[in-house]
Design a protein around this ligand. Structure first.
Ligand code: NAP
Length: 345
């Protein structure tokens, strides 16, 4: 199946989001004009202004709710590639359907609108997650690959319903959405093809509209809590996980649409594990005036925290998509600087 060629119009759904705003920038920088879907005129105009100096053009279309029938019927017209990134990402859902419906219906909605209204589209990349890959039933350290599917979260949600924990509700929503994505290709055999990007925690600088710390996206908020003193010594060493720089994740979406070999493939985009100890060490270096707890810089201690984690193997994205991951130091320092500039901490 052909991938898309430079100069073709790309649709990015949920363009006002943290990762999507970077993806829009990455597409524009690679010479692709972009149409972004946003929920309001205000969110669209913010992006028009943000990208006003780019050579390639940004335009927006309003899609108030990705779960509505036919939500994408207009927005898909005339585009050659799609990055479907809009989906709720938080752990506060009460009913699982608060996440399940937009995640699954949004994904199928884009695909069905393309099938009906766009005979020329070549490829769709969906932003899935390691949430659709991981298993909490496996004792760390364990390395997951693209061959794995989350066997736990859908079961937990089926058994416990609204009493399931927020993380499993979110992980189940991503599993459902990605399963539905691949099933669409199997069942419908459309003229276009697909690829999935499966990032772990996405970190790095913010460029999206975000006026208050309370409205920060979920992944960056985990870091900001250390900058403001909400998290303290007693929270160390704290939960870590695996991470990727938002700019590397954004570029992976561009490459997934432009690399012929990405057809039908999933890509973990991850640069390995980290711990909250790494967060505080980075913040102390980048913003030495902030009263963050003192981290433990002993290399053996830092390595043990990382080795004790589960791991997601991000090497296929390097091999096939040519993604060279930025260092953790660069990602965390740039994130701290951008949050300081935005919120004056
Ligand atoms: P985000 O900043 O919260 O962006 C989510 C986007 O989806 C926003 O533009 C939001 O619009 C839009 N959206 C959500 N529900 C919608 C609905 N019902 N109708 C219309 N638009 C809706 O989150 P993000 O971190 O960039 O996440 C983007 C994608 O990456 C999601 O699919 C998420 O699951 C996935 N992901 C994120 C991470 C991470 O660590 N950040 C890791 C793995 C995968 P509003 O802003 O107007 O609400």
């Amino acid at each position: 199946m052909p991938a898309i060629a430079p100069g073709s119009l790309v649709l990015v759904t949920g363009a006002s989001g943290y990762i999507a705003a970077h993806a829009v920038e990455a597409f524009l920088d690679a010479g692709f004009p972009v149409r972004g879907t946003v929920r309001s005129k205000g969110k669209g105009e913010y992006l028009v202004n943000l990208f006003k100096d780019k050579k390639a053009k940004f335009e927006y279309a309003i899609v108030k709710d990705i779960a509505e029938d036919g939500a994408f019927d207009e927005a898909v017209k005339g585009v050659v590639g799609v990055a479907h990134m809009a989906s709720p990402y938080h752990f506060n859902a009460v009913e699982p359907d608060e996440l399940f419906i937009p995640a699954k219906k949004g994904t199928l909605g884009v695909l069905n609108s393309l099938k009906k209204f766009n005979p020329d589209v070549k490829r769709v990349v969906v932003t899935s997650s390691v949430a659709a890959i991981m298993s909490t039933d496996i004792t760390p350290p364990h390395t997951f690959t693209e061959a794995d599917w989350n066997p736990v979260s859908l079961k937990v949600c089926a058994e416990k319903g609204r009493d399931a924990d927020g993380a499993n509700k979110y992980r189940a929503s991503k599993t459902l959405a990605e399963q539905a994505f691949w099933k669409f290709f199997e069942d419908e055999k459309p003229a276009f093809d697909g690829a999935a990007i499966n990032p772990p925690l996405v970190l790095g600088p913010i460029i999206q509209e975000c006026d208050t710390p309370e409205s920060l996206n979920t992944s960056v908020a985990t870091f900001f809590d250390w900058m403001t003193g909400k998290k303290t010594e007693k929270d160390l060493p704290g939960a870590g996980g695996n991470y990727v720089d938002v700019r590397d994740c954004a570029l992976a979406h561009v490459r997934a649409l432009t690399t012929p070999e990405a057809s039908g493939e999933r890509f973990i985009t991850g640069n390995g594990a980290f711990s909250s100890n790494d967060y505080v060490i980075s913040i102390a270096k980048t913003c030495p005036d902030l009263p963050v707890p003192k981290g433990n810089e002993d290399p053996a201690y830092r390595k043990k925290l990382i080795d004790d984690n589960n791991h997601f193997d991000g090497s296929k994205a390097t091999r096939v998509l040519g993604i060279k991951y930025r260092s953790q130091d660069e990602t965390f320092a740039d994130m701290a600087k951008s949050l300081r500039a935005r919120f004056n901490v």
